[in-house]
Design a protein. Structure first.
Length: 311
């Protein structure tokens, strides 16, 4: 079983409004509300590939209940730590071909709540063989919180895939105990290194030998429609993908993490691990719904991904 962590989940609301009027009343019909948060997308895709998954994190209030109902309806096992505050809503207004987002920051957690979550997390680890941690930390928790989570799993011999950014990612990378895998995109990598990262093989190869990445088994730098550049142990790979019909790429990175987790758990070969991760990312981009893939298309796309080892 894979444990997927979302520390600050949300209900994602989309309002399609043809002629959005500022400072006026806007009425909306086809409202969509879904359980959101990067780790929940990861959990959904893992489930769709046919692997057992357990979703955890911190949740509260009626919004939290709605998220749990959504997961239960999709038959995704869940064990969240409950708090008294409300989980957040994230609103996307789709207007004039544009998307205006209003993102609540969510609850502010106390150090005690953080510690109580870690206890629950430790218990859940006895049921799983791999952990994915995705997205931002809620306010109130110190930026080294994910690094503690990686260490707790490491003590039990469980590998962790971390997909976050900014200071929490830096904290994870600068710790003695390393995550098993990370999946930054180019902008997250640029932010981390404080430079404008170029998408060339020579520059990526050089950047990934940076001391910051020492000891991390898998570094998958995802590059949207261009595929990925990867460091596994001491080896480098360029992964190219076919042209696809992109409908909505939001959540493709999460789907990639899901594919990576499942392939690692199944102990696939290096090329197959990368092909699986790229295929789930592409399949997500081909659908309107975030965190949804059409499994029927998996085999055909998988065969079209090319993994080239770089000397
Ligand atoms: P993130 O969502 O974290 O920014 P990416 O945009 O790099 O991640 O997407 C992750 C993966 O999803 C890519 O490596 C690729 O396999 C697939 N993907 C994303 N966008 C596209 C696209 N426009 N065309 C084809 N594949 C895509």
């Amino acid at each position: 079983m894979i444990l997927s962590v979302t520390m600050n989940p949300s209900v994602d609301i989309s309002y399609p409004i043809q002629d959005f009027k500022l400072d006026d009343v806007n009425r909306v019909e086809n409202v969509r509300k879904t359980a959101g948060g990067k780790g929940l997308n990861v959990a959904r895709v893992i489930k769709q590939i046919g692997e057992d998954v357990l979703a955890t994190g911190v949740i509260g209030g009626t919004i939290g209940d709605y998220i749990i109902q959504g997961l239960t309806k999709s038959d995704i096992g869940n064990h969240f730590f409950k708090i008294n505050q409300e989980s957040r809503n994230c609103i996307a207004i789709l207007h004039d071909g544009k998307q205006t987002e209003i993102l609540e920051s969510g609850p502010i957690l106390s150090a005690e709540e953080g510690a109580a979550f870690l206890e629950k997390y430790q218990e859940l680890l006895s049921e799983v063989s791999l952990v994915t941690i995705s997205g931002s930390l809620p306010s109130g928790l110190e930026s080294g919180f994910y690094r503690q989570m990686v260490e707790i799993a490491w003590e039990k011999g469980i590998s962790v895939i971390v997909d976050t950014s900014g200071e929490p990612l830096r904290q994870v990378l600068t710790h003695d105990v390393k995550p098993f895998a990370i999946k930054p995109n180019i902008s997250e990598l640029s932010q981390l290194l404080g430079i404008e990262v170029e998408e060339s093989i020579s520059s990526l190869k050089q950047l990934l030998t940076n001391e910051l990445f020492h000891g991390i088994e898998w570094i998958v730098v995802s590059m949207g429609g261009t595929g990925a550049f990867v460091k596994n142990g001491g080896d480098f790979y360029k992964v190219t993908i076919p042209a696809i019909n992109v409908v909505n790429p939001v959540g493709s990175g999460d789907a990639t993490v899901a594919g990576l987790a499942v392939a690692l758990k199944r102990k696939q070969s290096v090329p197959d691990i990368l092909k699986t991760a790229m295929t789930t990312g592409m399949l997500n981009a081909m659908e309107a719904e975030t965190g949804y893939i059409d499994r029927e298309k998996f085999g055909q796309l998988f065969e079209m991904v090319e993994v080239i080892k770089i000397d």
